[in-house]
Design a protein. Structure first.
Length: 100
C-alpha cells in the first residue's frame, strides 16, 4: 500500500447514505467568516465558521434537507462578499453576504 493519510470514514462519523460534498481549508475559526450552503432546491443557509470550532466526535448537523434535495455548493464568505448563483437556464441572482 502506497497511500498516505487516514481514510475519511475513520475520522468522521459518515453514514452509508451520506456523501462528502466539499472540504474547506480553514486556518482559524474567526467570528467574521461564514460557511454558505446552497441546495439544489434553492435553500440557502449561512452559518458562522466559529460554530465548527468545538465539535464533538459525533459531528454537527447544520442543515436538514427535504427528501430529494441535495447540497450543491459550500463556500466560505464574509459579510462584505457577494454570493452569485446561476442556473442551467442561464438565469442568475446575486445576494450580499450580510443579507443571507
Amino acid at each position: 500500500r502506497t497511500a498516505k493519510g487516514t481514510p475519511i470514514p475513520s475520522v468522521l462519523p459518515i453514514k452509508s447514505d451520506e456523501n462528502i460534498n466539499s472540504i474547506l481549508p480553514v486556518s482559524k475559526f474567526s467570528e467574521d467568516e461564514f460557511i454558505v450552503l446552497v441546495t439544489e432546491y434553492g435553500w440557502i443557509k449561512k452559518t458562522p465558521l466559529a460554530a465548527f470550532e468545538k465539535l464533538s466526535c459525533r459531528g454537527l448537523i447544520i442543515a436538514s434537507m427535504e427528501e430529494g434535495d441535495r447540497l450543491m455548493f459550500t463556500h466560505l464568505c464574509k459579510d462584505e462578499d457577494s454570493v452569485l448563483l446561476g442556473s442551467k437556464l442561464g438565469k442568475a441572482t446575486r445576494f450580499a453576504g450580510d443579507l443571507l
